[in-house]
Design a binder for this molecule. Structure first.
Ligand SMILES: Nc1ncnc2c1ncn2[C@@H]1O[C@H](COP(=O)(O)OP(=O)(O)OP(=O)(O)O)[C@@H](O)[C@H]1O
Ligand SMILES: [Mg+2]
Length: 499
Protein backbone atom coordinates (compact mmCIF):
# COMPACT_ATOMS: atom_id res chain seq x y z
CA UNK A 1 0.00 0.00 0.00
CA UNK A 2 1.48 3.35 -1.03
CA UNK A 3 1.80 6.21 1.38
CA UNK A 4 -0.79 8.19 -0.51
CA UNK A 5 -3.31 5.38 -0.12
CA UNK A 6 -2.48 5.19 3.52
CA UNK A 7 -2.91 8.89 3.95
CA UNK A 8 -6.21 8.73 2.15
CA UNK A 9 -7.56 6.12 4.48
CA UNK A 10 -10.96 7.22 5.65
CA UNK A 11 -11.16 8.18 9.26
CA UNK A 12 -13.11 9.56 12.10
CA UNK A 13 -12.15 9.49 15.71
CA UNK A 14 -13.21 6.49 17.69
CA UNK A 15 -14.47 7.17 21.15
CA UNK A 16 -11.56 7.15 23.54
CA UNK A 17 -12.35 5.96 27.02
CA UNK A 18 -11.51 7.89 30.11
CA UNK A 19 -9.61 4.94 31.49
CA UNK A 20 -7.30 5.72 34.29
CA UNK A 21 -4.18 4.16 32.80
CA UNK A 22 -3.04 3.56 36.34
CA UNK A 23 0.08 1.53 36.82
CA UNK A 24 -0.33 -2.03 38.00
CA UNK A 25 -0.54 -2.05 41.75
CA UNK A 26 2.38 -3.65 43.50
CA UNK A 27 1.43 -6.87 45.18
CA UNK A 28 1.18 -6.73 48.93
CA UNK A 29 3.76 -8.52 50.96
CA UNK A 30 6.14 -9.07 48.07
CA UNK A 31 9.30 -8.54 50.05
CA UNK A 32 10.97 -11.82 49.23
CA UNK A 33 14.34 -13.06 50.31
CA UNK A 34 14.86 -14.21 46.75
CA UNK A 35 17.38 -11.72 45.41
CA UNK A 36 19.43 -11.66 48.57
CA UNK A 37 19.17 -15.34 49.40
CA UNK A 38 19.99 -16.67 45.99
CA UNK A 39 22.17 -13.89 44.61
CA UNK A 40 20.42 -13.93 41.25
CA UNK A 41 20.77 -10.42 39.84
CA UNK A 42 17.54 -8.45 39.87
CA UNK A 43 15.94 -7.82 36.51
CA UNK A 44 17.14 -4.62 34.93
CA UNK A 45 14.13 -2.29 35.04
CA UNK A 46 12.18 -2.59 38.26
CA UNK A 47 8.43 -2.66 38.51
CA UNK A 48 8.51 0.65 40.25
CA UNK A 49 10.44 2.33 37.46
CA UNK A 50 8.01 1.03 34.91
CA UNK A 51 5.07 2.18 36.92
CA UNK A 52 6.29 5.67 37.64
CA UNK A 53 7.87 6.51 34.33
CA UNK A 54 5.67 5.36 31.45
CA UNK A 55 7.53 5.69 28.18
CA UNK A 56 4.56 6.84 26.18
CA UNK A 57 1.47 8.89 26.95
CA UNK A 58 -1.24 6.84 28.56
CA UNK A 59 -4.69 6.46 27.16
CA UNK A 60 -6.04 8.97 29.65
CA UNK A 61 -3.32 11.42 28.73
CA UNK A 62 -4.22 10.98 25.11
CA UNK A 63 -7.89 11.33 25.89
CA UNK A 64 -7.20 14.74 27.31
CA UNK A 65 -8.11 16.37 30.55
CA UNK A 66 -11.73 16.72 29.58
CA UNK A 67 -12.28 13.02 30.04
CA UNK A 68 -12.31 11.67 26.51
CA UNK A 69 -15.97 11.94 25.41
CA UNK A 70 -15.76 12.84 21.75
CA UNK A 71 -18.16 15.39 20.41
CA UNK A 72 -19.43 15.46 16.83
CA UNK A 73 -17.55 18.75 16.44
CA UNK A 74 -14.29 17.01 17.32
CA UNK A 75 -15.00 14.23 14.82
CA UNK A 76 -15.93 16.73 12.13
CA UNK A 77 -12.74 18.70 12.78
CA UNK A 78 -10.70 15.55 12.43
CA UNK A 79 -12.29 14.59 9.13
CA UNK A 80 -11.75 18.07 7.72
CA UNK A 81 -8.14 18.35 8.85
CA UNK A 82 -7.31 14.93 7.47
CA UNK A 83 -8.92 15.85 4.13
CA UNK A 84 -6.95 19.11 3.99
CA UNK A 85 -3.76 17.25 4.73
CA UNK A 86 -4.32 15.04 1.71
CA UNK A 87 -5.31 17.96 -0.47
CA UNK A 88 -2.31 20.12 0.39
CA UNK A 89 0.52 17.85 1.43
CA UNK A 90 -0.12 14.26 0.27
CA UNK A 91 3.01 14.13 -1.87
CA UNK A 92 5.17 15.79 0.78
CA UNK A 93 4.38 13.48 3.65
CA UNK A 94 7.44 11.62 4.80
CA UNK A 95 6.49 8.72 7.05
CA UNK A 96 9.94 8.69 8.62
CA UNK A 97 9.49 12.29 9.78
CA UNK A 98 6.71 11.94 12.30
CA UNK A 99 7.33 15.29 13.96
CA UNK A 100 7.29 17.05 10.58
CA UNK A 101 3.90 15.53 9.72
CA UNK A 102 2.62 16.42 13.17
CA UNK A 103 3.63 20.04 12.64
CA UNK A 104 1.74 20.15 9.34
CA UNK A 105 -1.37 18.76 11.03
CA UNK A 106 -0.97 21.36 13.77
CA UNK A 107 -0.89 24.16 11.21
CA UNK A 108 -3.97 22.79 9.49
CA UNK A 109 -5.75 22.51 12.84
CA UNK A 110 -5.01 26.19 13.55
CA UNK A 111 -6.31 27.11 10.12
CA UNK A 112 -9.45 25.09 10.74
CA UNK A 113 -10.08 26.74 14.11
CA UNK A 114 -9.66 30.20 12.58
CA UNK A 115 -12.00 29.43 9.69
CA UNK A 116 -14.72 27.93 11.87
CA UNK A 117 -14.21 30.15 14.94
CA UNK A 118 -14.03 26.93 16.93
CA UNK A 119 -12.19 26.83 20.25
CA UNK A 120 -10.60 23.88 21.95
CA UNK A 121 -8.49 23.41 25.05
CA UNK A 122 -4.78 22.87 24.46
CA UNK A 123 -5.06 19.24 25.57
CA UNK A 124 -7.98 18.53 23.27
CA UNK A 125 -6.11 20.13 20.40
CA UNK A 126 -3.11 17.87 21.06
CA UNK A 127 -5.47 14.93 21.14
CA UNK A 128 -7.04 15.94 17.84
CA UNK A 129 -3.64 16.29 16.18
CA UNK A 130 -2.43 12.95 17.57
CA UNK A 131 -5.59 11.27 16.44
CA UNK A 132 -5.14 12.48 12.84
CA UNK A 133 -1.47 11.49 13.02
CA UNK A 134 -2.38 7.99 14.23
CA UNK A 135 -4.64 7.52 11.25
CA UNK A 136 -2.16 8.91 8.76
CA UNK A 137 1.02 7.19 9.88
CA UNK A 138 0.05 4.74 12.57
CA UNK A 139 -2.50 2.13 13.41
CA UNK A 140 -5.51 4.41 13.95
CA UNK A 141 -7.46 3.73 17.13
CA UNK A 142 -5.02 1.00 18.16
CA UNK A 143 -2.27 3.57 18.71
CA UNK A 144 -3.79 4.80 21.97
CA UNK A 145 -4.08 1.23 23.27
CA UNK A 146 -0.55 0.39 22.17
CA UNK A 147 0.77 3.48 23.95
CA UNK A 148 -0.90 2.61 27.25
CA UNK A 149 1.69 0.69 29.26
CA UNK A 150 -0.91 -0.82 31.58
CA UNK A 151 -2.45 -2.76 28.67
CA UNK A 152 -0.74 -6.08 27.91
CA UNK A 153 -3.05 -7.54 25.31
CA UNK A 154 -5.47 -6.09 22.75
CA UNK A 155 -8.28 -8.31 21.51
CA UNK A 156 -10.47 -6.83 18.78
CA UNK A 157 -13.31 -9.31 18.34
CA UNK A 158 -14.76 -7.23 15.53
CA UNK A 159 -14.52 -3.55 14.56
CA UNK A 160 -16.92 -2.41 17.27
CA UNK A 161 -15.68 -4.51 20.17
CA UNK A 162 -12.17 -4.34 21.56
CA UNK A 163 -11.20 -6.02 24.82
CA UNK A 164 -7.92 -5.19 26.52
CA UNK A 165 -6.06 -7.06 29.23
CA UNK A 166 -4.93 -5.02 32.22
CA UNK A 167 -3.35 -6.57 35.30
CA UNK A 168 -4.17 -10.00 33.97
CA UNK A 169 -7.89 -9.33 33.52
CA UNK A 170 -9.68 -8.71 30.21
CA UNK A 171 -11.96 -5.65 30.18
CA UNK A 172 -14.04 -4.10 27.43
CA UNK A 173 -12.42 -0.97 26.05
CA UNK A 174 -14.41 2.05 24.88
CA UNK A 175 -12.14 2.28 21.84
CA UNK A 176 -13.61 0.90 18.62
CA UNK A 177 -12.79 1.07 14.95
CA UNK A 178 -14.87 3.46 12.95
CA UNK A 179 -15.77 0.82 10.40
CA UNK A 180 -14.83 -2.60 9.12
CA UNK A 181 -13.01 -0.85 6.31
CA UNK A 182 -10.83 1.10 8.72
CA UNK A 183 -10.02 -2.07 10.64
CA UNK A 184 -9.07 -3.91 7.45
CA UNK A 185 -6.79 -1.04 6.49
CA UNK A 186 -5.05 -1.20 9.84
CA UNK A 187 -4.72 -4.99 9.51
CA UNK A 188 -3.29 -4.68 5.99
CA UNK A 189 -0.82 -2.12 7.23
CA UNK A 190 0.33 -4.45 10.02
CA UNK A 191 0.69 -7.61 7.96
CA UNK A 192 2.29 -5.90 4.96
CA UNK A 193 5.01 -4.55 7.23
CA UNK A 194 6.29 -8.10 7.70
CA UNK A 195 5.75 -9.08 4.07
CA UNK A 196 2.59 -11.06 4.73
CA UNK A 197 -0.92 -10.71 3.50
CA UNK A 198 -4.40 -11.65 4.53
CA UNK A 199 -7.37 -12.08 2.23
CA UNK A 200 -10.29 -14.39 1.58
CA UNK A 201 -8.04 -17.17 0.35
CA UNK A 202 -5.64 -16.89 3.32
CA UNK A 203 -7.86 -15.51 6.06
CA UNK A 204 -5.53 -16.37 8.95
CA UNK A 205 -2.22 -14.65 9.49
CA UNK A 206 0.44 -14.27 12.18
CA UNK A 207 2.49 -11.10 12.12
CA UNK A 208 4.55 -8.83 14.31
CA UNK A 209 4.57 -5.11 14.99
CA UNK A 210 7.78 -3.12 14.66
CA UNK A 211 8.26 -3.19 18.42
CA UNK A 212 8.05 -7.00 18.51
CA UNK A 213 4.42 -7.33 19.62
CA UNK A 214 2.84 -10.54 18.36
CA UNK A 215 -0.22 -10.18 16.12
CA UNK A 216 -2.79 -12.71 15.00
CA UNK A 217 -5.42 -11.87 12.41
CA UNK A 218 -8.48 -13.83 11.31
CA UNK A 219 -10.86 -12.30 8.80
CA UNK A 220 -14.15 -13.37 7.18
CA UNK A 221 -15.23 -15.87 5.95
CA UNK A 222 -13.51 -17.66 8.85
CA UNK A 223 -14.36 -14.95 11.40
CA UNK A 224 -18.11 -14.56 11.23
CA UNK A 225 -18.54 -11.16 12.88
CA UNK A 226 -15.90 -9.31 10.91
CA UNK A 227 -12.12 -9.08 11.15
CA UNK A 228 -10.64 -10.26 14.40
CA UNK A 229 -7.28 -9.04 15.67
CA UNK A 230 -5.29 -10.13 18.72
CA UNK A 231 -2.13 -8.33 19.78
CA UNK A 232 0.13 -9.65 22.54
CA UNK A 233 2.00 -6.48 23.38
CA UNK A 234 5.73 -6.71 23.62
CA UNK A 235 6.77 -5.77 27.09
CA UNK A 236 9.34 -2.97 26.98
CA UNK A 237 9.88 -3.50 30.65
CA UNK A 238 11.96 -6.71 30.48
CA UNK A 239 11.15 -9.07 33.29
CA UNK A 240 13.85 -11.07 34.98
CA UNK A 241 13.79 -13.92 37.52
CA UNK A 242 13.45 -11.47 40.39
CA UNK A 243 10.23 -10.02 38.88
CA UNK A 244 8.71 -13.47 38.57
CA UNK A 245 9.58 -14.22 42.18
CA UNK A 246 9.19 -10.91 44.03
CA UNK A 247 6.80 -8.89 41.94
CA UNK A 248 4.35 -11.41 40.53
CA UNK A 249 4.98 -14.30 42.96
CA UNK A 250 4.66 -16.65 39.99
CA UNK A 251 7.48 -18.72 41.42
CA UNK A 252 8.92 -19.22 44.89
CA UNK A 253 12.60 -18.37 45.43
CA UNK A 254 13.29 -22.10 45.90
CA UNK A 255 11.73 -23.06 42.57
CA UNK A 256 13.63 -20.33 40.73
CA UNK A 257 16.90 -21.37 42.34
CA UNK A 258 16.30 -24.97 41.31
CA UNK A 259 15.35 -23.97 37.75
CA UNK A 260 18.48 -21.84 37.48
CA UNK A 261 20.61 -24.86 38.39
CA UNK A 262 18.72 -27.09 35.95
CA UNK A 263 19.23 -24.66 33.06
CA UNK A 264 22.90 -24.16 33.87
CA UNK A 265 23.41 -27.93 34.19
CA UNK A 266 21.96 -28.32 30.67
CA UNK A 267 18.78 -30.15 31.52
CA UNK A 268 16.12 -30.18 28.81
CA UNK A 269 13.16 -28.16 29.99
CA UNK A 270 9.61 -27.96 28.69
CA UNK A 271 7.41 -25.10 29.89
CA UNK A 272 3.80 -26.23 29.79
CA UNK A 273 0.69 -24.13 30.24
CA UNK A 274 -2.60 -22.93 28.86
CA UNK A 275 -2.96 -20.06 26.45
CA UNK A 276 -1.67 -16.76 27.84
CA UNK A 277 -0.41 -18.43 31.01
CA UNK A 278 3.03 -16.87 30.59
CA UNK A 279 4.97 -19.73 28.94
CA UNK A 280 6.94 -17.55 26.54
CA UNK A 281 7.67 -15.06 29.31
CA UNK A 282 9.00 -17.84 31.53
CA UNK A 283 11.05 -19.31 28.69
CA UNK A 284 12.63 -15.90 28.15
CA UNK A 285 13.43 -15.68 31.84
CA UNK A 286 14.90 -19.19 32.01
CA UNK A 287 17.07 -18.35 29.04
CA UNK A 288 18.79 -15.65 31.10
CA UNK A 289 20.46 -18.44 33.10
CA UNK A 290 22.28 -19.81 30.03
CA UNK A 291 25.98 -18.94 30.08
CA UNK A 292 27.04 -16.17 27.68
CA UNK A 293 29.56 -18.36 25.92
CA UNK A 294 27.03 -20.76 24.41
CA UNK A 295 25.79 -20.64 20.85
CA UNK A 296 22.00 -20.47 20.87
CA UNK A 297 19.46 -20.83 18.09
CA UNK A 298 15.81 -19.96 18.51
CA UNK A 299 13.12 -21.25 16.12
CA UNK A 300 9.74 -19.57 16.24
CA UNK A 301 6.60 -18.98 14.22
CA UNK A 302 6.46 -15.33 15.26
CA UNK A 303 9.69 -14.15 16.83
CA UNK A 304 8.99 -13.33 20.49
CA UNK A 305 12.02 -14.59 22.36
CA UNK A 306 14.55 -12.01 23.47
CA UNK A 307 17.77 -13.66 24.46
CA UNK A 308 20.46 -11.69 26.25
CA UNK A 309 23.41 -13.75 25.02
CA UNK A 310 25.55 -12.37 22.19
CA UNK A 311 25.97 -15.72 20.39
CA UNK A 312 22.33 -15.98 19.37
CA UNK A 313 20.76 -16.77 16.00
CA UNK A 314 17.09 -16.03 15.60
CA UNK A 315 15.06 -17.97 13.03
CA UNK A 316 11.43 -17.41 12.11
CA UNK A 317 9.20 -19.65 9.99
CA UNK A 318 7.57 -18.34 6.82
CA UNK A 319 4.02 -18.88 5.52
CA UNK A 320 3.42 -19.76 1.84
CA UNK A 321 3.32 -17.02 -0.78
CA UNK A 322 0.35 -16.08 -2.99
CA UNK A 323 0.78 -19.23 -5.10
CA UNK A 324 0.84 -21.33 -1.96
CA UNK A 325 4.58 -21.96 -2.35
CA UNK A 326 7.72 -21.17 -0.45
CA UNK A 327 6.48 -22.01 3.06
CA UNK A 328 9.25 -22.74 5.54
CA UNK A 329 7.63 -24.41 8.53
CA UNK A 330 9.21 -24.44 11.96
CA UNK A 331 10.14 -28.11 11.39
CA UNK A 332 12.51 -27.09 8.64
CA UNK A 333 14.07 -24.53 10.93
CA UNK A 334 14.69 -27.07 13.68
CA UNK A 335 16.19 -29.53 11.20
CA UNK A 336 18.38 -26.98 9.57
CA UNK A 337 19.65 -25.51 12.81
CA UNK A 338 21.11 -28.92 13.65
CA UNK A 339 23.66 -28.19 10.94
CA UNK A 340 24.51 -24.84 12.44
CA UNK A 341 26.40 -26.22 15.40
CA UNK A 342 24.20 -24.90 18.19
CA UNK A 343 24.92 -25.57 21.84
CA UNK A 344 21.24 -25.27 22.60
CA UNK A 345 18.09 -25.07 20.52
CA UNK A 346 15.10 -23.16 21.80
CA UNK A 347 11.81 -23.81 20.02
CA UNK A 348 9.35 -21.02 20.84
CA UNK A 349 6.40 -23.37 20.90
CA UNK A 350 5.90 -27.01 19.91
CA UNK A 351 2.61 -27.29 18.13
CA UNK A 352 3.25 -29.82 15.39
CA UNK A 353 5.69 -32.31 13.97
CA UNK A 354 8.65 -30.17 15.02
CA UNK A 355 8.23 -31.85 18.42
CA UNK A 356 9.91 -34.95 16.97
CA UNK A 357 12.86 -33.00 15.57
CA UNK A 358 13.26 -31.18 18.84
CA UNK A 359 13.25 -34.40 20.87
CA UNK A 360 15.79 -35.91 18.52
CA UNK A 361 17.98 -32.85 18.88
CA UNK A 362 17.71 -33.10 22.65
CA UNK A 363 18.74 -36.74 22.43
CA UNK A 364 21.69 -36.09 20.17
CA UNK A 365 23.94 -33.75 22.04
CA UNK A 366 21.92 -30.57 22.30
CA UNK A 367 21.26 -30.88 25.98
CA UNK A 368 19.94 -27.79 27.64
CA UNK A 369 17.35 -27.20 24.94
CA UNK A 370 13.98 -25.75 25.83
CA UNK A 371 10.51 -25.22 24.44
CA UNK A 372 6.91 -24.50 25.43
CA UNK A 373 3.80 -26.57 24.90
CA UNK A 374 0.07 -26.08 25.42
CA UNK A 375 -1.15 -28.40 28.16
CA UNK A 376 -2.93 -28.15 31.49
CA UNK A 377 -0.73 -30.37 33.63
CA UNK A 378 2.46 -32.42 33.30
CA UNK A 379 0.56 -35.63 32.50
CA UNK A 380 -1.39 -33.95 29.69
CA UNK A 381 1.84 -32.37 28.52
CA UNK A 382 3.35 -35.82 27.94
CA UNK A 383 0.24 -37.02 26.10
CA UNK A 384 0.23 -33.89 23.95
CA UNK A 385 3.89 -34.28 23.14
CA UNK A 386 3.19 -37.80 21.95
CA UNK A 387 0.34 -36.56 19.75
CA UNK A 388 2.57 -33.86 18.28
CA UNK A 389 5.27 -36.41 17.48
CA UNK A 390 2.67 -38.49 15.64
CA UNK A 391 1.93 -35.41 13.53
CA UNK A 392 5.44 -35.66 12.15
CA UNK A 393 3.99 -38.57 10.13
CA UNK A 394 6.83 -41.02 10.70
CA UNK A 395 4.52 -43.82 11.82
CA UNK A 396 6.54 -44.41 14.95
CA UNK A 397 5.15 -46.93 17.42
CA UNK A 398 3.92 -45.43 20.69
CA UNK A 399 6.55 -47.22 22.68
CA UNK A 400 9.38 -45.71 20.65
CA UNK A 401 7.86 -42.25 20.99
CA UNK A 402 7.54 -42.59 24.76
CA UNK A 403 11.10 -43.80 25.06
CA UNK A 404 12.29 -40.82 23.08
CA UNK A 405 10.27 -38.48 25.29
CA UNK A 406 11.43 -40.24 28.45
CA UNK A 407 15.07 -39.82 27.62
CA UNK A 408 14.90 -36.39 25.97
CA UNK A 409 12.85 -34.35 28.45
CA UNK A 410 14.19 -33.84 31.95
CA UNK A 411 11.85 -31.30 33.45
CA UNK A 412 8.33 -30.00 32.91
CA UNK A 413 7.53 -26.61 34.42
CA UNK A 414 3.78 -26.19 34.52
CA UNK A 415 2.47 -22.62 34.59
CA UNK A 416 -1.19 -21.65 34.97
CA UNK A 417 -3.31 -18.55 34.77
CA UNK A 418 -5.41 -18.91 37.89
CA UNK A 419 -8.57 -17.15 38.99
CA UNK A 420 -8.30 -13.37 38.79
CA UNK A 421 -5.56 -13.56 36.14
CA UNK A 422 -2.65 -14.40 38.46
CA UNK A 423 0.06 -16.58 36.91
CA UNK A 424 1.67 -19.26 39.03
CA UNK A 425 4.13 -22.07 38.43
CA UNK A 426 1.79 -24.77 39.69
CA UNK A 427 4.07 -27.76 39.28
CA UNK A 428 7.67 -28.67 38.60
CA UNK A 429 7.87 -32.28 37.49
CA UNK A 430 11.02 -34.26 36.84
CA UNK A 431 10.90 -37.05 34.28
CA UNK A 432 12.37 -40.12 35.90
CA UNK A 433 12.21 -42.73 33.13
CA UNK A 434 9.90 -45.30 31.59
CA UNK A 435 7.94 -47.96 33.41
CA UNK A 436 5.54 -50.42 31.75
CA UNK A 437 5.77 -48.39 28.57
CA UNK A 438 4.66 -45.16 30.30
CA UNK A 439 6.77 -42.06 30.91
CA UNK A 440 7.15 -41.59 34.66
CA UNK A 441 7.62 -38.32 36.49
CA UNK A 442 7.84 -37.09 40.04
CA UNK A 443 6.54 -33.75 41.22
CA UNK A 444 9.17 -31.73 43.09
CA UNK A 445 7.28 -28.48 43.69
CA UNK A 446 3.66 -27.47 43.60
CA UNK A 447 1.39 -24.49 44.27
CA UNK A 448 -1.34 -25.09 46.81
CA UNK A 449 -4.30 -22.81 46.20
CA UNK A 450 -6.17 -22.38 49.45
CA UNK A 451 -8.80 -19.83 48.50
CA UNK A 452 -9.76 -16.70 46.65
CA UNK A 453 -9.02 -13.16 47.87
CA UNK A 454 -11.61 -10.43 48.29
CA UNK A 455 -10.54 -9.10 44.87
CA UNK A 456 -11.37 -12.47 43.32
CA UNK A 457 -7.77 -13.60 42.89
CA UNK A 458 -6.58 -17.10 43.65
CA UNK A 459 -4.35 -17.24 46.74
CA UNK A 460 -2.12 -19.96 48.05
CA UNK A 461 1.54 -20.81 48.49
CA UNK A 462 4.33 -22.75 46.82
CA UNK A 463 5.82 -25.76 48.49
CA UNK A 464 8.22 -28.56 47.75
CA UNK A 465 6.70 -32.04 47.83
CA UNK A 466 9.59 -33.47 49.83
CA UNK A 467 10.94 -35.62 46.99
CA UNK A 468 14.57 -35.13 46.00
CA UNK A 469 15.44 -34.79 42.31
CA UNK A 470 16.71 -37.95 40.71
CA UNK A 471 19.36 -35.85 38.96
CA UNK A 472 20.83 -34.42 42.15
CA UNK A 473 24.17 -36.10 41.41
CA UNK A 474 24.16 -34.72 37.89
CA UNK A 475 23.44 -31.21 39.14
CA UNK A 476 26.26 -31.41 41.66
CA UNK A 477 28.66 -32.87 39.13
CA UNK A 478 27.94 -29.84 36.95
CA UNK A 479 29.04 -27.62 39.83
CA UNK A 480 25.55 -26.61 40.93
CA UNK A 481 25.10 -26.10 44.60
CA UNK A 482 21.60 -27.48 45.18
CA UNK A 483 20.92 -27.60 48.93
CA UNK A 484 18.53 -30.34 50.01
CA UNK A 485 16.81 -27.65 52.04
CA UNK A 486 15.15 -26.43 48.81
CA UNK A 487 13.06 -29.58 48.70
CA UNK A 488 11.70 -29.39 52.21
CA UNK A 489 7.90 -28.98 52.21
CA UNK A 490 6.66 -25.61 53.53
CA UNK A 491 4.02 -25.15 56.20
CA UNK A 492 0.92 -23.28 55.13
CA UNK A 493 1.71 -19.62 55.92
CA UNK A 494 -0.57 -17.30 57.90
CA UNK A 495 -3.50 -15.92 55.85
CA UNK A 496 -1.82 -12.51 55.37
CA UNK A 497 1.26 -14.21 53.90
CA UNK A 498 -0.64 -16.12 51.22
CA UNK A 499 -0.30 -14.90 47.65
N1 LIG B 1 4.37 -14.33 35.57
C1 LIG B 1 3.49 -13.48 35.07
N2 LIG B 1 2.75 -12.71 35.88
C2 LIG B 1 1.87 -11.82 35.37
N3 LIG B 1 1.63 -11.67 34.05
C3 LIG B 1 2.34 -12.41 33.21
C4 LIG B 1 3.31 -13.36 33.66
N4 LIG B 1 3.85 -13.97 32.59
C5 LIG B 1 3.25 -13.44 31.52
N5 LIG B 1 2.36 -12.51 31.88
C6 LIG B 1 1.51 -11.74 30.97
O1 LIG B 1 0.67 -12.67 30.33
C7 LIG B 1 0.57 -12.42 28.95
C8 LIG B 1 0.90 -13.70 28.21
O2 LIG B 1 2.25 -14.04 28.40
P1 LIG B 1 3.01 -15.03 27.41
O3 LIG B 1 3.06 -14.48 26.03
O4 LIG B 1 4.28 -15.37 28.06
O5 LIG B 1 2.00 -16.27 27.48
P2 LIG B 1 1.99 -17.62 26.64
O6 LIG B 1 1.58 -18.69 27.58
O7 LIG B 1 3.27 -17.80 25.92
O8 LIG B 1 0.81 -17.32 25.63
P3 LIG B 1 0.45 -18.07 24.25
O9 LIG B 1 -0.16 -19.37 24.64
O10 LIG B 1 -0.56 -17.16 23.63
O11 LIG B 1 1.72 -18.20 23.48
C9 LIG B 1 1.53 -11.30 28.64
O12 LIG B 1 0.78 -10.17 28.32
C10 LIG B 1 2.32 -11.06 29.89
O13 LIG B 1 2.40 -9.69 30.14
MG1 LIG C 1 3.70 -18.03 23.91
Amino acid sequence: MGLLDRVKQSQTVPPVPGTDGAPTATLPGTASPYAAATAIPAAKPSAATAATAPAAPTLSQRAGASGGELTPAFTAAKVQIHAKLIEKFADQIDSSNKMGVREKIFELADEYFRATAMTMTKTDKERLVDSVLDDVLGLGPLEALLADPSITEIMANHPKQIYVEKSGEPTLSAVTFESERQMRQVIDRIVSLVGRRVDESTPICDARLKDGSRVNVVIPPIALKGPCLTIRKFSKDKWGPADIVNRFRTSSPEIMTFLRSCVRARMNVLVSGGTGSGKTTLLNILSTFIPETERLITCEDAAELQLQQPHWIQLESRPPNVEGKGAIPIRELVKSCLRMRPDRIIVGECRGGEALDMLQAMNTGHDGSMSTIHANNPKECLVRLETLVLQAGQDLPSRAIRETIGSAIHLIVQQSRLRGGVRRIVSVAEIVGIKDGEVQYQELFTFKQVGVSAEGKAVGFHTATGLLPMRMEHLRSEGEDVPEQLFKPAQQPAPDKLY
